[in-house]
Design a protein around this ligand. Structure first.
Ligand code: BGC
Ligand code: BGC
Length: 957
């Protein structure tokens, strides 16, 4: 029999908890409904008055002033609640898209051949679990109740361990001796599948060696509807196809090491403002109102790729979608994810994104994280004991609980985590909550506990800095280059230098002599106060290596640009001057130096992050697309003064997304611009690789850089002020985001999606279209399930399984599955949501993991020849864009990305690349047919080029 050490420790160190839980024992979980925002309201009262609270208890022993304040608050609450109801009602009257339709019951996991063995094993284990154990597996133990950012509880007697869940998408958060990889957006900019996979794999090796079971990444939502949105940088770029490939490769890389990946945040979690209740002062989260077709073709698309890749977990999002919370939205979780996409793993809530108890269970949530209820760290879960009770009183069908647990246990088997030689049943060897060696196992509990060794400072970095550096270098996009880059470590040399000096002499009469003079400008080139100066990296100072929030890590080190350049530039031929500030040099000696410079490299940046933290006027989302900290002024000033306006200027940008460059991009001496995205710990080394030409730039923009924010359209504007008690954000631009918008309305971007220069030149030719299958409107009929989901006894477990074991020593605030009494359990009829009993037709797009297998069949292949016709070796990224046949009833974007690859070619070398397009790639989502439909009349257009607007060759089918 396996004992879980962490749990044992807690039992021994804890003590009886005689307050905090009993006052809630009259709470009837059947009160929590799906969809109706007002259903969450009782939970806004202080924890000890939740549930069926009595007015007398509320006011007992309070002073008059206190009562006054309470009445005021209550009054306000009633008004706000009424507003919420109004908004809710308004949307109820607006079918078909104003409200999320019901989809019940949750499809059972266990239909896919790819998971058959794991479900078999899981069924055996789950059938032996007690009710309390099952609840344990589904419910987090509470905020800071383990060493990782999320822990559920074990099923000790059947040998299922506590799972350790840790952020995030770019490295192991809140840990030491780990790698700070480049962020998702930089990975997207590489357009390199092998690197996507390799980074995921290295990330997972570190997770494993730190004792983590589940990584809370990759992130493919936000997608990037709004270029200023705070967390776009955690994902891979503003296109569903690119996100899908990058997400799936990352999942495969992570899971190749036996670590469960979590694809997040499902879905339409596009901005930080109002993303969750109370964080922004409002009682409810924003509602992203998305129509069915847009949901399929844009926002849910990359999740489909991740499911097809076998992802173990999906994290549902904070926001509401069509006025139903993401983690309680039956259409999304039951309908789209579990039926249509055939997802076999488990759905976990984002941290506190669960807003109702029974409602979320019915809607398809399988695990609540971090376990606490509607308030942080209150220890009063919406599940835990309430789920126990809801199963006993019949409001949550036992079958649903069994399915939740089976999905989690099956995922664990699927990744081979039952192998104790590879996954020893131990807590992580680091604590997220202290940097000291000694700490608490349940830091979030006020109960007295022993200090134990929590941080073992295990170095898990191996040689992952190599991958980090490669991703950072390949994710650097060369936006402009007028015969300046690369430079050598001796600066400009030989003919190039002579030519430059002759030109200057002709223009100014002045001849530079001696060493080549370089100036480095900007705080973003230097260390500032060190990379970890602010919690969760939530400030912009020093060079920018990542955005902030749960998607950031503690940098083990950060090679700053100045450090790399200082050490690599050859001092015997280069004179280096450093001005690591955004204030232009003022003194006369500085002015004299400035005038003598031949090359000025100016570093600028723009930062953003997760909405729980704020830096200056960046409340998660950026207020605009401008460079921050006076970046524009710095560039303009230096350009004017560098060599008295005749020096060459190279600009290096570190940014979370697009920035406006209009103020200086056309200045005649701004000769080169490198967009290095968010490079992670190897920043300076990777930049030097590109500047000095060791790496020929091959990054391409994973988004459009427009000339103004307005150019992206109305839909691209972050909603900064609430427009209702439940802020409403209508995605009325539909499919037209980023380049799809620019193309549709003929707007010239500054740099289009997919753009990126090289130090060499490539030529594309000879496009061939080869049909592989005949066109037909609908995919083959949905296949029957390959396997049958496990079945279990339908008998409601004995109430005795739900009671605190005798003599149990509970930690305060720690979430247990047990009840103090079962005397109050009554099986009243449960008010199930409207539509609960309507049998939903199974989706024609479903039937297997990833959906109907026919959707993944290649139907046509497009091949092109690509040749390096320049003088340097380098990697090229041919991109395939598809134009749909004209259709009288359906509107299509001008073109959509449907293929890309990256190949390395020596000068003169030629390769033929082949791209296979699947049925899904060629289809649109038909809202009437509720399926993916291929257009059989007219011709598909395939264009291949080096950006979305630099299209070299085309063909039709
Ligand atoms: C974020 C998630 C993250 C979780 C755990 C949430 O606030 O939205 O992305 O995984 O916290 O830290
Ligand atoms: C925590 C994060 C969490 C966030 C959610 C913060 O206080 O540090 O882990 O993701 O809250 O809002």
């Amino acid at each position: 029999m396996v004992q879980d050490p962490s749990k044992e420790g807690l039992l021994q160190n804890g003590r009886f908890d005689d307050h905090g839980h009993d006052s809630n024992s009259d709470l009837d979980t059947t009160e929590f409904l799906e969809q109706d925002p007002s259903a969450a309201e009782p939970k806004r009262l202080p924890a000890n008055t939740r549930g069926r609270w009595s007015i007398r208890r509320l006011f007992a022993g309070r002073s008059r002033c206190c009562i006054g304040i309470l009445f005021f608050v209550l009054g306000l609450w009633v008004v706000i609640g009424a507003g919420g109801t109004f908004v809710y009602k308004k949307f109820q009257e607006e079918p078909p898209y104003g409200q999320s339709p019901p989809w019940y019951p949750t499809p059972l996991g266990g239909i896919a051949d790819t998971w058959a063995e794991s479900y078999k094993k899981a069924a055996k284990m789950v059938s032996r679990m007690t009710l309390a154990e099952k609840v344990n597996v589904t419910t987090g133990t509470g905020w800071q109740m383990g060493l990782a950012v999320g822990t559920n509880a074990p099923a000790v007697y059947v040998g299922f361990p506590q799972l350790q869940l840790q952020d995030g998408p770019l490295g192991i958060r809140k840990a030491d001796n780990i790698t700070a990889f480049p962020a998702g957006i930089t990975v997207g900019a590489t357009w390199n599948r092998q690197l996507m996979y390799a980074r995921g794999k290295a990330h997972a090796i570190e997770a494993h060696d730190k004792g983590v079971n589940v990584l809370l990444g990759p992130c493919v939502g936000p997608l990037g509807r709004m270029p200023a949105a705070g967390r776009n940088w955690e994902g891979f770029g503003a296109d569903p196809y690119l996100q899908g490939i990058a997400g799936a490769e990352t999942v495969k890389g992570i899971q190749s090491e036996g670590i469960m990946a979590t694809i997040k945040h499902f879905v339409a979690n596009e901005q930080e403002h109002f993303r969750q209740p109370w964080e922004w002062g409002l009682p409810h989260a924003i509602s992203s109102n998305v129509d069915d077709r847009t949901l399929h073709e844009l926002y849910a698309w990359p999740f489909g790729d991740a499911v097809k890749a076998g992802v173990a977990a999906v994290m549902c999002s904070y926001n509401q979608v069509n006025n139903s919370y993401g983690c309680g939205n039956s259409k999304l979780l039951n309908g789209i994810l579990k039926d249509e996409l055939g997802f076999q793993g488990f759905v976990m809530s984002d941290w506190l994104a669960q807003r109702s108890g029974v409602g979320t269970a019915l809607a398809g949530l399988d695990m609540t994280m971090p376990g606490d209820g509607t308030l942080w760290a209150n220890g009063d879960s919406l599940w835990g004991p309430h789920l126990t009770k809801a199963v006993l009183n019949g409001s949550v069908p036992l079958e649903r609980l069994n399915d939740m647990v089976t999905r989690i246990v099956a995922a664990w088997y699927q990744l081979g985590q039952d192998d104790e030689t590879k996954f020893p049943r131990e807590p992580p060897n680091f604590s997220s909550w202290t940097d000291e060696r000694m700490g608490l196992m349940a830091a979030g509990s006020p109960s007295p506990q022993e200090l134990v060794e929590v941080n073992k400072f295990v170095n898990v970095q191996a040689n992952h800095s190599i991958i980090a550096r490669e991703v950072a270098a390949e994710g650097t996009v060369l936006l402009k280059n007028e015969d300046l880059l690369p430079i050598s470590r001796q600066g400009l040399v030989d003919a190039k230098l002579r030519r430059r000096r002759d030109n200057i002499q002709r223009a100014t009469g002045y001849r530079h002599t001696g060493k080549f003079k370089i100036g480095i400008f900007g705080e973003d080139a230097g260390p500032g106060k060190g990379p970890n100066a602010c919690d969760d990296r939530s400030c912009n100072q020093g060079t920018l290596g990542s955005g902030w929030g749960s998607g950031a890590v503690e940098f083990p080190y950060l090679v700053t640009p100045i450090k790399a350049l200082r050490s690599q530039l050859d001092k015997s031929s280069v004179e280096l001057h450093e001005y690591l500030t955004n204030k232009p040099p003022k003194t006369s000696s500085d002015q004299a130096v400035l005038e003598s410079l031949e090359l000025c490299i100016v570093f600028v940046n723009a930062d953003s992050g997760e909405g729980f933290a704020k830096w200056e006027d960046v409340s998660g989302d950026r207020p605009d697309l401008n460079l921050q900290k006076g970046g524009d002024d710095l560039i303009i000033d230096i350009a004017a003064k560098c060599g008295s306006g005749h020096g060459d200027v190279a600009v290096v940008i570190h940014a979370v997304g697009p920035v406006l460059v209009e103020k200086w991009i056309d200045l005649p001496n701004v000769k080169a611009v490198l967009h290095a995205n968010l490079p992670g710990e190897e920043s300076g080394n990777a930049l030097a690789d590109v500047l000095f030409g060791d790496v020929n730039p091959s990054g391409h923009l994973p988004y459009t850089i427009g000339k103004s924010l307005d150019d992206y359209g109305k839909g691209a504007q972050v909603l900064y002020r609430p427009n209702g008690v439940v802020p409403q954000q209508d995605f009325s631009e539909g499919l037209y985001i980023d380049y799809r918008y620019f193309d549709k309305f003929g707007i010239d971007p500054r740099f289009e999606f997919g753009f990126g220069l090289s130090y060499t030149t490539f030529n594309l030719s000879n496009l061939q279209v080869k049909p592989l299958k005949t066109k037909s409107p609908l995919p083959a009929p949905r296949p029957d399930p390959a396997t049958k989901p496990p079945t279990y006894s339908a008998d409601i477990p004995s109430e005795s399984e739900a009671l605190f074991p005798a003599g149990f020593r509970a930690l305060e605030k720690y979430i247990y599955p047990y009840l103090k009494t079962v005397d109050d359990i009554v099986s009243d009829p449960y008010p199930y949501p409207d539509g609960y009993d309507t049998v939903q037709p199974l989706s024609g797009a479903g039937g297997a993991e990833g959906g109907n297998p026919d959707l993944w069949e290649p139907y046509v292949s497009v091949s092109v020849e690509v040749r390096n016709v320049g003088g340097r070796a380098g990697a090229v990224v041919p991109q395939v864009y598809l134009g749909y046949p004209a259709h009288e009833a359906v509107d299509f974007p001008v073109r959509v990305l449907r293929g890309f690859d990256k190949v390395y070619l020596r000068p003169g070398e030629k390769r033929t690349l082949e791209f296979e397009l699947t049925r899904r790639d060629l289809s649109y989502w038909d809202v009437e047919k509720q399926n993916w439909v291929m257009v059989t009349e007219g011709k598909y257009l395939f264009e291949v080029g080096l950006s979305s607007r630099d299209l070299h060759v085309s063909g039709t089918w």
